[in-house]
Design a protein around this ligand. Sequence first.
Ligand SMILES: NC(=O)c1ccc[n+]([C@@H]2O[C@H](COP(=O)([O-])OP(=O)(O)OC[C@H]3O[C@@H](n4cnc5c(N)ncnc54)[C@H](OP(=O)(O)O)[C@@H]3O)[C@@H](O)[C@H]2O)c1
Length: 410
Amino acid sequence: MNVALLGFGTVGSSVARILCDLKPEGIRLSHVFNRGVARKRVDWTPSDVIWTEDFEEILRSDADVIVELVGGLEPAGTWVRRTLEAGKSAVTGNKKLIAAQGIELDRLARSQGGHLLYGAAVAGGIPVIPGLRQGLAGDRITRMEGILNGTCNFVLSQMEAGAAFAHVLREAQRLGYAEADPSEDVDGYDARAKLIILSRIALRAGLEVDAVACRSITQVDAVDLGYARDLGCTIRQIAKAELRADGVSAMVGPMLVPLRSPLAWSRGTENMVLVSGEYGGDVVFSGHGAGGHPTAVAVVSDLISLAHGSRPVDLPSRAARISGEFELRHYIRFVVKDSPGIVAEIAGALASERINIDALFQRPGYEKDNLPFVVTVEPCAASALRRALDRIAHAAWLAQPPLDLPMLGE
Ligand SMILES: NC(=O)c1ccc[n+]([C@@H]2O[C@H](COP(=O)([O-])OP(=O)(O)OC[C@H]3O[C@@H](n4cnc5c(N)ncnc54)[C@H](OP(=O)(O)O)[C@@H]3O)[C@@H](O)[C@H]2O)c1
């Protein structure tokens, strides 16, 4: 099976390295394509590999499989589409493309007799996609919770030790874990693209990307990690989706996670996905969700599967209605200018939406005009909580808007 690589960057060069080192049976690296290809050329690939910056040359060639590791929607999307239209197979790690166009590209591959594999598109080196597609195809997955963005996990797990968000983010950028513009990661859009792909495979639900609400981790303060610890929890960016009678609930954002949950164990840039099946119960996938070599392992595994003639399991999905509603406990952090009657006003606003207070916490040592304290409430719909908080949004005693975070169960 002749393999052409599109993109010789972090992942593309790692794929070439593994193919040259392991020499998997039946797979031959035939082409490497990149812009300005002369500066990319290395001396450790076989001498018969053709280096080119002409995509048409690849399409006309004897390459059986094209591996797209350029990234972004375009021109990568056109290249994958033209590969499939030509009856060749495509392998990609492009979560943006697969989240937005995966269903139609899958259909195109089937109609033209080729295959489209994208095991590297979610959680890099962790075999979540093949695990769901093959290993758990015999179950009915009803719920999924994932830590799908290594940058956010690094930032929040460093903040557990008391560091401020801005400081940890700068450190993440220095170490190359975060982009100069970190919003794709911290605002949840990267994790959302991955959740869309996983929901398609695990819940068989086709979700519109823009319909899934994202909340940023930038609102989380070191004080929240402290209060979370008092509650036996930590805070993680969680991508969560669940089957409902009338569709799917899905959202991405910072949430409190019990310390006893496996989701709290992931440190640094690790990723983790926890799925719950009706028959098989809970399954946890964890490991390195990004990086050249771990991601390349997923790409090479897809290539090996194609070389052995394995057909990807086809799990058709249906368009699903999305709601952001989950019946969960919530953590609400207020920062107030202290005065009598504040708790009564909060309790009144919550009672007006029939929301029960679970507990109230206040650590000593803060200034009276900038006093953080926390209220936790029993399970309620996020929309009811939003209405209750809107009632007190303009209270003179609020020093800053309250922060409410869902609390996951154990
Ligand atoms: N890195 C990870 O940890 C990771 C994890 C999971 C999935 N992925 C996915 O894997 C894909 C590749 O990621 P990466 O980290 O390897 O990216 P990267 O290091 O930026 O590599 C992209 C390569 O594509 C080339 N390229 C970009 N635009 C091009 C164009 N228009 N024409 C020709 N060549 C072009 C770049 O060339 P230049 O050198 O000229 O820029 C570069 O060599 C992305 O879809 C990404 O989301 C990455």
